[in-house]
Write a protein that binds this ligand. Sequence first.
Ligand code: TYD
Length: 211
Amino acid sequence: MFIAVDGGDGAGKSAQIARLAHWLQTRGRRVAFFRDPGDTPLGDALREILLARKDLAICPESETALFMAARAQLVRDKIRPALADGQVVLVDRFLLSTVVYQGYAADGDAESIWRLGTRLTGGLLPDVTFVLDCPVDVAFGRMNRGRDRIESKGTDFHRRVRDGFLRAVDDWERFAVPGKVFLVDATQTPEEVSAKIIERLQEEAPSLADA
Ligand code: TYD
C-alpha cells in the first residue's frame, strides 16, 4: 500500500507521518518512509538546488521539471522496490505538491502537471493521499526555523497554495486522478489529527490493522 501525506508548509506533516508510521509498525507492518524531493542521490542534490540555493534563478518551468525529476528517481529506485517487497510506503509529499505549488498556486496548468507527472512516475500514484489543511497564519506561526526558497515566496503565495490544495481535492474526480484523497483539518491537536487519519485509513484498508 502506498500512502502520501501532503499539505501546505507548517501544517504538521512530519509529526503526522511519524505517528502514522509508529501506528503501522506496532501492528507489525514493515514501513518504508521517503520524502519528496529527496532520498536518492539525485533527489538530494535537486532538493538542495530547489530549496536551499536562493542565489540561483529557477524559472517556473525548470522548477516543475526538477521536482518531477527528483520524484521519478525516487519512484524507480526506492518506492517501487519497497512496494514490490510488500512494505507499506509512506511519503512526505508527492505529485500533488507539484500540481498545487507549481500549478494552482503559480502559473502552471494543474491538469497538464497531473498528466506529465503521472507519466514520469510510470503511472504510480498513492492509493491514499491525506491533505493536511490549515490556515496560512496558523501554519506559519508554527514554523520556528529559517524559511527555505519555497517557504520564502510570501504569504500571498502560500494562501494560493492552501486554496490550491482545496481545489485539487475538489478537482480530483474531474481530472480522474487515481487513488483516494482525504482532507484533514490540521488545526486540531496532533492527537486528534492523527486519530482522524488512522480512522480513515482503517476504513480504506481494514487489513492494515490486522496484525
Ligand atoms: P517539505 O517537504 O515541506 O520539507 P521541510 O519539512 O523540510 O520544509 O519542503 C519541501 C518544499 O518544497 C515545500 O515548500 C513544498 C515544496 N514543493 C514544491 O513546491 N513542489 C513539489 O513538487 C514538492 C514535492 C515540494
